[in-house]
Design a protein around this ligand. Structure first.
Ligand SMILES: NC(=O)c1ccc[n+]([C@@H]2O[C@H](COP(=O)([O-])OP(=O)(O)OC[C@H]3O[C@@H](n4cnc5c(N)ncnc54)[C@H](OP(=O)(O)O)[C@@H]3O)[C@@H](O)[C@H]2O)c1
Length: 327
């Protein structure tokens, strides 16, 4: 089969290779997926740069998200799953071979039935971004009537967080770079404010209401923690999934104590299988009912894998970056 792999960590053009590999066989409890689309997320890029998974194997076929059709099942998996259209979660997590190949083997529960009417292309957008959005939004309890700030509302995760918070009855304000604010408002934010604007804090206060924000869904914890501490409501929650340049920023403890605030650090690959499966169900409801807008910012063939990784790494892709694997 055609596959992309790396055997040491480093820059995309030096380490990513496209070649022929053996077609994998599903073991007990596993399914084999004929991959249609493989998504490049920042998580895949970081793992390729630092090569950390190579501590456990010689070769990594990257990418945790993707979509396709089950073509073979291992022992203990119902034969009826053959032919099922699926989206993938965590394909290259805890195992060396992910979705950037014509075939990919995963534990059966990580190949989630794709609802009828949802395109395979959109199935590959779901995994990391929507699970992260749902988990972050769950940090402050029911959202109905709450005031939610989505920092980075134009990002892969942020765009779904905006949509889902709105669908759950929250008042949603977002930040984004200036040129993307209109798109984020179109996704459902009541207002989207340029995060580089002067008077950002006063504009966020005006938009968020007197009480402040009940929940901030944050893509850049270090950059925004000081601001977030000032605009949070009493007993507000900052749910952060994004670690930016400073991994150990100063925390405005006094301010956060005075507001009885909580910080929830979200790491979706540390969630239990039960927790994840409940997110998968909710994702399928929302996607199956046509409630989610999916944004594909790049679609490229396997041969353009280096460019796709570079563009994701440089933050140039607004929306999902998809590798079209099936010919
Ligand atoms: N912990 C987890 O489980 C988990 C899960 C998913 C993702 N992540 C991490 O979260 C980060 C974001 O992922 P992603 O896929 O959503 O990336 P993305 O699509 O590149 O989105 C990141 C967004 O951050 C925005 N941004 C940049 N500077 C900002 C600032 N100062 N204030 C507010 N927003 C700012 C950018 O906005 P503009 O585009 O408008 O400039 C961009 O849209 C990555 O580091 C990823 O690895 C972690």
């Amino acid at each position: 089969m055609r596959a992309v792999w790396y055997e040491c960590g480093g820059v995309a053009q030096d380490v990513l290779q496209l070649g022929e590999a053996d077609v994998p066989e599903p073991g007990e409890g596993e399914v084999r997926v004929k991959v249609a689309y493989s998504a490049v997320n920042p998580f895949d890029v970081k793992k390729r740069v630092n090569g950390r998974d190579l501590a456990h194997c010689k070769r990594v076929i990257p990418h945790v998200d993707g979509s396709g059709e089950i073509d073979k099942v291992g022992a203990g998996v119902e034969k009826q799953r053959i032919g099922e259209r699926v989206w993938l979660f965590g394909a290259q997590f805890g195992q060396p071979h992910g979705s950037c190949a014509e075939y990919c083997v995963v534990p059966s529960w990580k190949a989630v039935a794709l609802p009828d009417g949802v395109a395979l292309e959109h199935g590959a957008c779901l995994g990391i971004p929507v699970v992260t959005a749902l988990e972050s939004l769950s940090a402050a309890g029911p959202l109905e009537g709450k005031s939610v700030l989505v920092a980075g509302g134009a990002g892969r995760v942020g765009a779904y967080a905006v949509q889902i918070a709105r669908l759950h009855g929250a008042r949603v304000i977002a930040t984004a770079s200036k040129s993307k604010c209109a798109d984020v408002e179109q996704l459902g934010a009541e207002a989207c404010i340029d995060y580089k604007a002067s008077h950002l804090e006063s504009r966020l206060r005006e938009s968020g209401g007197k009480r402040g924000y009940d929940l901030v869904v944050e893509s850049r914890f270090a950059s925004n923690i000081a601001l977030n501490a000032r605009i949070l409501a009493c007993k507000g929650v900052i749910a952060t999934y994004g670690v930016d340049d400073d991994p150990a920023p100063a925390i405005p403890v006094v301010q956060l104590v005075m507001m009885n605030a909580s910080c929830r650090f979200v790491g979706i690959f540390g969630l239990s299988r039960k927790n994840l499966q409940s997110h998968f169900e909710r994702i399928n409801q929302l996607a199956g009912d046509g409630k989610l807008q999916h944004r594909v910012g790049l679609e490229a063939p396997l041969a353009e894998i280096v460019k796709a990784h570079q563009e994701v790494q440089e933050g140039k892709v607004a929306g999902a970056a998809l590798i079209k694997v099936a010919q």
